[in-house]
Ligand binder design. Structure first.
Ligand code: TYD
Ligand code: MG
Length: 481
């Protein structure tokens, strides 16, 4: 008889090795290898004994078709939550699996319980939608308390507390399969056919596989909640991200009420779409106008903006969002001045500082630089360069950027400012929110595309020196400041 074999699986990246080592050779994580028994059968054989056949003969021939042909859009189960529907590309897809990741306490359970309640309450005309919520982290009573707080307790959601995948399959793999099944969270689920502990790569992968199989067989829309590691990726295996049809991240800063639901991957819709929520005492409320949220108290009062702030006309997903960028530049007491960034890329800040030094002669070498994107948003667009530069110059020269102005544009190493995509949408959003002027590079008219026009006062910026001119900051003034 063959001896039971074991293998070592990295809990960070899922790499398998035959020997134990202190450091994973794949991802260089320390102490991440955990011993797991090699299952004798193939995993995923809860229902049928024996698993797949060992030989590969005797299959059926694939049905080969042309690339052209009618492709029906997938049916959608609209949740009634406008933000979630937007991020998923029009609603949940029956038979598909969605993974929602996020830091502990960010509001994943709140969002899903709220969505479940809203959906279960709704009657889609013909038949009611059945929704099941299985919590592996909280007891039924705890979930009920939360539902009460969310004023959702009267909704016909089927609630259960449990962690055994076998029990979940027994309950739902049949005529009682719900239209929407929520599993909170995948890290608490376990398969009794595997020896490793819940939360390990093997368990997370195996449980996800079984649950996804259930969703596919029964046409159930499945939502899995996943925890996120310190490094910001969904804990356990990356493999789960590959197994599901869509991955959403729920993010936000502690201490800020805003939460952003971001599509990382989506087989049925656009990735990179965002939904914005505000966490209140009675749950999450969709924010239909995110710009007004991120601009905060700006514009109230006499309209004079303090120096060191600039408004960036950005695009998140398909939506324009105006955000305030704040910079503080101060003489540094340290030998190596500080560069602290919240909500933007440190490398990108270093680049903008270097360009301003070499092309505009503004010296940041002995200054501490702090940069903050107000409201807890994380920007990734290079289009924010120009607004960041404006905030930095404004802070070091103690010269406010006019409060009625938005900025956008990508800065290159030679100091040139490049046009960015979706210029008309940015302009329109700025107009809508009552801004009067814009500092940006404008793409030249080319072929059939017309020059973008807006009601705003346009200040064309082709080079960073155009920005210093606009701000009224001369070389000498900034140096003496
Ligand atoms: P939760 O949904 O439990 O987070 P996760 O499932 O991502 O771990 O969110 C818990 C936090 O949300 C907790 O700190 C309290 C806060 N909260 C509110 O502010 N308002 C509410 O109505 C609810 C239910 C929670
Ligand atoms: Mg939770």
């Amino acid at each position: 008889m063959a001896r039971p074999r074991s293998q070592y699986v990295c809990q960070e990246c899922g790499a398998v090795s035959s020997r134990w080592a202190g450091k994973c050779e794949q991802c260089d994580a320390w102490n991440s290898l955990v011993e797991e028994a090699v299952a004798s059968g193939t995993p995923g054989g809860l229902g049928k004994k024996g698993g797949r056949s060992a030989g590969l003969g005797g299959g059926t021939s694939l049905n080969l078709v042309e690339l052209t042909g009618a492709a029906d859009p997938p049916p959608r189960l609209q949740t009634g939550d406008a933000e979630l529907d937007r991020v998923t590309g029009g609603g949940l897809v029956p038979g598909s699996a969605l993974l929602i990741g996020g830091d502990p306490g960010i509001g994943k359970s709140t969002l899903l319980l709220q969505t479940a309640a809203k959906l279960a309450r709704r009657n889609t005309g013909r038949e009611p939608v059945s929704v099941a919520y299985v919590s592996g982290e909280e007891s039924v009573d705890q979930v009920r308390l939360r539902a009460e707080r969310l004023e959702a307790a009267d909704s016909p959601v089927q609630l259960a507390s449990g962690t055994a995948v076998r029990d979940i399959l027994t309950t739902f793999d049949g005529p009682k399969a719900p239209d929407l099944l929520i599993i909170d969270s995948i890290q608490t689920m376990y398969l009794d056919t595997l020896e490793s502990a819940p939360g390990t790569v093997a368990q997370v992968r195996g449980s996800a596989q079984e649950l996804i199989g259930l969703a596919k067989r029964r046409g159930t829309a499945l939502i899995l909640v996943g925890h996120v590691t310190k490094e910001g990726s969904i804990a356990g295996p990356k493999v789960v991200e590959h197994m599901v049809d869509a991955v959403l991240h729920f993010e936000g800063e502690r201490g800020h009420p805003f939460r952003i639901l971001r599509a990382i991957k989506n087989r049925f819709g656009p990735a990179d779409e965002i939904g914005v929520y505000e966490m209140a005492g009675d749950g999450l409320a969709a924010v239909t106008n995110p710009s007004s949220l991120f601009l905060g108290q700006r514009g109230e009062g006499n309209g004079a903006a303090p120096s060191g702030t600039a408004v960036f006309a950005g695009i998140e997903g398909s939506r324009p969002v105006l955000v305030e960028i704040q910079a503080l530049v101060n003489p540094s007491p340290l030998g190596t001045p500080r560069r602290t960034v919240v909500g933007w890329d440190t490398g990108r800040l270093a680049m903008v500082l270097a360009v301003l030094e070499s092309r505009c002669g503004i010296n940041f070498a002995s200054q501490d630089v702090f940069l903050n994107v107000a409201g807890g948003l994380r920007l990734s667009e290079p289009a924010a360069d120009l607004a960041v530069a404006a905030a930095l110059i404004s802070s070091i020269a103690k010269q406010p950027v006019p409060g009625d102005t938005v900025l956008f544009g990508e800065i290159g190493l030679t100091g040139e400012v490049r046009p960015v995509p979706l210029t008309p949408q940015r302009l329109k959003e700025a107009e809508k929110l009552g801004f009067d002027s814009v500092v940006a590079p404008f793409p030249p008219a080319r072929g059939k595309t017309k020059r973008v026009r807006s009601a705003l006062n346009e200040h064309h910026t082709q080079h960073v020196t155009d920005l210093t001119t606009f701000l009224g900051v001369s070389r000498r003034k900034s140096e003496s400041a």
